[in-house]
Unconditional design. Sequence first.
Length: 354
Amino acid sequence: MDIKFIKREELQEKPDEKKLGFGKYFADYMFVMDYDEGIGWHDATIRPYGPIEMNPATVVLHYAQETFEGLKAYRRADGQIQLFRPEMNARRMINSNERLCMATIPEDMFIEAVNALVKAEEDWVPSEPETSLYIRPFAFACESSLGVHKSKAYKFVIILSPVGAYYAEGLAPVKIMVEDEYVRAVQGGTGFTKCGGNYAGSIIGQVKAEKYGCSQVLWLDGRERKYVEEVGAMNIMFKIDGEIYTAPIEGTVLPGVTRDSIIHILKDWGYKVNETHLSVDDLMQAGRDGRLEEVYGTGTAAVISPVGALVYKGEEITINNFQIGELTQKLYDYLTGIQWGKVEDKYGWTRLVK
């Protein structure tokens, strides 16, 4: 691509890397590219981070034609910067956009845009332990019209945020509530996409969980309210009798990059991974019997989030004495080791920013 660069008059003072939190600070520049029917993607630009002017009738504000992604750039000990499996984010965004009838961003264009922006903002990639540069690509319909139809114009934007741990408590087990009233996704819907509507509809479950003293919500399937699917905005895995169980990718569960990476690692380590429907009743019984050994969520933001207790219909099951499990810790250390360049990447998952 021919990417235009618009220089910012004055650069920001960078935040304290020891107090980053998550998603609180934003880098000096962002990538913006437009799409118009009959022309295609055009005017790729890296320009100062700032507001995007929108007509009040812009389609996305009324009909939510919007998708996004999340990935990270990591600073290695030798100072070089690397990305982790960006091609998977590119392919997932293509699938998300196709489902919402939006213009798709070709994989090579997506990766080139991410690489170019991170390269331009390499000083924003933090070097403190457990920190990284969070990358948020997103696309939305920007035609101005109040008719419900496929938009003829779109905008693709990438913003950057230096981040620390997603959860303030770090890698500490949390209590989660099983939600059997509301649902996150149904067959034939948009559960497999990263679109804003999925997350907007899930907030009520999180609010409800917090009222019961839980950090997050475990979603059940939309048809029978019987099978476990995702936890909050993360995929989830259960270690029962030495085997791993996680919901299958069948249209209602997000095909997570971290999920896929963890499954590859587990199989290499000799674990049997069951991508199958697991009923909440069987899960709770395994907890009562002491066969539920470890539970953890997986996702780009937090990487791995251990679960210490499950609450369902007033019953609370404690997992591994509310301590992080041995396998959970080992997976976190190994995967983040690859991401930060501390462990050999035998899978070819990392890509240097050049």
